[in-house]
Design a protein around this ligand. Sequence first.
Ligand SMILES: NC(=O)c1ccc[n+]([C@@H]2O[C@H](COP(=O)([O-])OP(=O)(O)OC[C@H]3O[C@@H](n4cnc5c(N)ncnc54)[C@H](O)[C@@H]3O)[C@@H](O)[C@H]2O)c1
Length: 364
Amino acid sequence: MFNRTVARSAIKAINTRPALYAASTRPFSLTAIRAKKEDPNKDPILAATDRAEKGASGEHEGEFARTDDSVQIQYPPDSQYPAQPVVQGRGGMHFKRTLAQFSLENKVSVVTGGARGLGLVMGQGLIASGSDLAIVDLNKTEAEESAHKLIEQFRIENPGLEQLPQITAHYADVANPESVDSALAAILAKHGRIDNLVTSAGFTENFDAISYPFERMQKLWGVNVDGTYLFATGVAKHLMERNAGGNIVMIGSMSGAIVNVPQPQAPYNAAKAAVRHLAASLAVEWAGKDIRVNCISPGYMLTALTRKILDENPELRDKWTSLIPVGKMGTPEDLMGAVTFLLSDASKYITGAELRVDGGYTVT
Ligand SMILES: NC(=O)c1ccc[n+]([C@@H]2O[C@H](COP(=O)([O-])OP(=O)(O)OC[C@H]3O[C@@H](n4cnc5c(N)ncnc54)[C@H](O)[C@@H]3O)[C@@H](O)[C@H]2O)c1
């Protein structure tokens, strides 16, 4: 946690460093010393570097690479969230040749935050790949409606198929250990076992760091970080008790590797960096137990919610898409294959990895 006293000592330590180094160490470069002693206008090295006055190279200096405290995205209250439609026409039986390793047949998969958004569509991808599904969400009514929609869509896309996937809906506040335990017990009572987990429950919000209400920051870290940890450890414990292998995919974000602009969201970015490294750390800890843990880091994805926000803020859409090499935001469907791959035997030797699904955002 951020502590002002610690911060002050750290600043003091940084400020006293040059004196300490001057006494005891050799500088890496003479440039800094030269800068102090000589007139910068006469120094050939400084003359060749950027020593211009602020604003001298134009009005856009740094402009597109900084956060802007005035950008405050308004997220609707939970009751007014737009419903996420299920994907049409991507499921169903087909006769294309493909690797059998990608199949999730006879598996039971759990998706937290699966009532809507990315979690709902990833869950749909798992069903299409053969898995049963337990949707876990804070909003149980929406989870039940989504389970119903998924079964109906499956029925339409697989006419005549007698065996339908088992899809259940469960309540949990993923940030609460007791709630997680009871959700896991309820899932086991319905499905008998769990093989795969996807942790998609999470949210973001935008405040500049100085104004971020402390309780909201704790809640954000509670859902994004504690919630991921609690569900992952709960499922891993179950797998170990069964002496069975399994697969976990944590949904991080490209925000765990880069700093989004222009909207300020430092705690979310830090939370997603934590999720990525949690996946790597647990992958190592559980490698000997045949439990793989990987992380998917989506870029900007067009869910029902982001679509609504961007419709209301078209200039934000322009800024975001101008920074994505492929030139457009992703769709939830773009995660169907990625999550299926990481939960299936097709990725049997991949653990502790981060798969970025971001249209190239993080490589520029
Ligand atoms: N949408 C994007 O562009 C994007 C990009 C990168 C990462 N992500 C990440 O993907 C994940 C899903 O995001 P989304 O866009 O689908 O969001 P969303 O708001 O559409 O869906 C999130 C779901 O999580 C549930 N949830 C929230 N708090 C919960 C809690 N305490 N316990 C249980 N369930 C809870 C919500 O009820 C909701 O159904 C999040 O972790 C998010 O940070 C999203």
